[in-house]
Design a protein around this ligand. Structure first.
Ligand SMILES: [Zn+2]
Ligand SMILES: [Zn+2]
Length: 109
């Protein structure tokens, strides 16, 4: 039993920027974000996904590349939507202004 294994399982969350939704390790993103990714990139992420890659922390180069593109695609889509709906001043796609309070506090209890 390794700490890395537990950490990965416990903390696996959606890879879209600023999304803290917990997802199973085999999922790159939560459902709403995943469906914002163009099908062509989604196919590539699945094609290069290897079961257990999260456990040994060693995903393939190809998977990393596809995953990066997926994350980029979501960020772009969210920015376009934000500007269209909220206006150019909003910037919510870029994350909350600044979260208050140390999130890691729980670890030390
Ligand atoms: Zn998400
Ligand atoms: Zn916005």
């Amino acid at each position: 039993m390794t700490a890395t294994f537990d950490r990965c399982r416990a903390e696996h969350h959606c890879h879209a920027r600023h999304c803290g939704t917990h997802v199973p390790p085999e999922m790159l993103m939560c459902r709403p974000h995943w469906y914002m990714v163009p099908p062509e990139i989604r196919d590539r992420v699945w094609k290069h996904y290897r079961p257990g890659q999260c456990d040994d922390m060693n995903p393939s180069e190809e998977w990393h590349k596809a995953a990066d593109e997926a994350i980029e695609a979501v960020a772009k889509a969210e920015r376009i939507r934000c500007v269209r709906i909220h206006g150019p001043e909003c910037g919510c796609w870029n994350g909350p202004k600044k979260a208050a309070g140390p999130v890691q506090g729980d670890l030390f209890r």
